[in-house]
Design a protein around this ligand. Structure first.
Ligand code: ASP
Length: 340
């Protein structure tokens, strides 16, 4: 029996139409897709298209949209063999990461894709992305959340948007691609996750729970204090220098972080470098963070770290448990730490 795929349209350039103020999300993508695919549809896996009630430009995404996207997938999990999620490219890596944590124990393909040029335009890259995603969503070998773009299959929680206008906009700088669409579709079956046992989570997400702060040369301690004083804040992701370093010559800044941690705020260390991970013991400037209880984020992408922290906090995880669960690789999101 042929496999059946659900395409969930959430918004993004792929379905956008021109307006006076530039591109805005447009509905009825299913009709447009059928029209553009024409006779080719018969050669693809069977699919149905569902649209979220409120389509968004993904720049407007908030963490509660992750549950809005996960819910229809979970509700219809048993009715389909695989899922394609059409999403704006701007925050697709965040949603791919969040879905990899919410859809715990995933046992079938969930493939996110979108496009840099709308489906309705002549030079669109959407058809190539959607048809490849559909074929991958019908694969019996994929049991995880992936992102497929311009012929490359990436692990969702390892993917990043690296190009603003190139059609090959995504890559996974800290992990190899899981597959490639050339003349043949090649899957790295040695890298793909084994099937899990679904144990899905749909906690209420609170956008105020997590903040992100990028360090920069000369950053004042008061900016760190003000961020840590945000109402409802439970976790802060610091984008640090190099291998996880912060200005330890600014004791007020380190003290501000220590005070926040003392008040129960989880502070996570993620490097500003796109390649490699955090090693808090390599330099004294990193050791200062280690000494006050900052959690080293390994080689998680900033997007995965943000989603993972949100999902753990929304699930009520805190303190040492949070450190342990945050640092433990989940759904292939990170490389296990090796002692420095
Ligand atoms: N702003 C759009 C979005 O993220 C960009 C895109 O889809 O390429 O929804």
């Amino acid at each position: 029996m042929s496999r059946r795929i659900l395409i969930l349209h959430t918004g993004g350039t792929i379905g956008m139409v021109p307006s006076e103020n530039g591109y805005v999300p447009g509905a009825n993508l299913g009709e447009l897709l059928a029209d553009r695919l024409g006779g080719r549809q018969a050669e693809l896996p069977r699919f149905e298209v569902q649209e979220l009630d409120h389509l968004i430009d993904s720049a407007n995404l908030t963490p509660s949209d992750w549950t809005r996207i996960a819910r229809p997938l979970i509700d219809q999990w048993e009715h389909y063999d695989g899922f394609v999620v059409l999403h704006g490219t701007d925050t697709m890596a965040y949603t791919a990461s969040a879905l990899s944590y919410l859809l715990r124990g995933c046992d079938r393909p969930v493939i996110l894709t979108g496009s840099q040029i709308p489906l309705g335009l002549p030079r669109t890259d959407a058809l190539d992305n959607v048809t490849t995603a559909l074929v991958l969503a019908a694969s019996e070998h994929i049991h995880e959340v992936c992102l497929c773009f311009r012929g490359r299959l990436l692990r969702g929680n390892r993917a990043r948007k690296l190009k603003t206008s190139g059609l090959d906009a995504f890559d996974s700088p800290n992990a190899p691609a899981l597959g490639r669409a050339g003349i043949e579709l090649e899957l790295r079956r040695d890298l793909l996750l084994p099937p899990g046992h679904p144990d899905f989570q749909l906690p209420d997400m609170d956008a105020n729970a997590v903040a992100v702060l990028a360090l920069y040369p000369g950053i004042p301690a008061r900016l760190v204090e003000a961020t840590l004083a945000l109402p409802g804040l439970k976790g802060l992701i610091l984008h640090t220098f190099g291998a996880g370093n912060a200005p330890d010559a600014n004791p007020a800044l380190i003290q501000a972080l220590a005070d926040g941690i003392e008040r129960g705020i989880a502070v996570i260390n993620i490097s500003q470098c796109p390649i490699g991970g955090v090693s808090q013991k390599a330099y004294a400037s990193g050791a200062a963070l280690d000494g006050i209880g900052v959690v080293a984020g390994g080689d998680l992408t900033p997007e995965a770290a943000f989603a993972k922290l949100h999902v753990l906090l929304a699930g009520g995880v805190q303190g040492e448990d949070l450190r342990r669960q945050f640092q433990a690789p989940r759904a292939g999101d990170s490389t296990p730490a090796t002692p420095f």
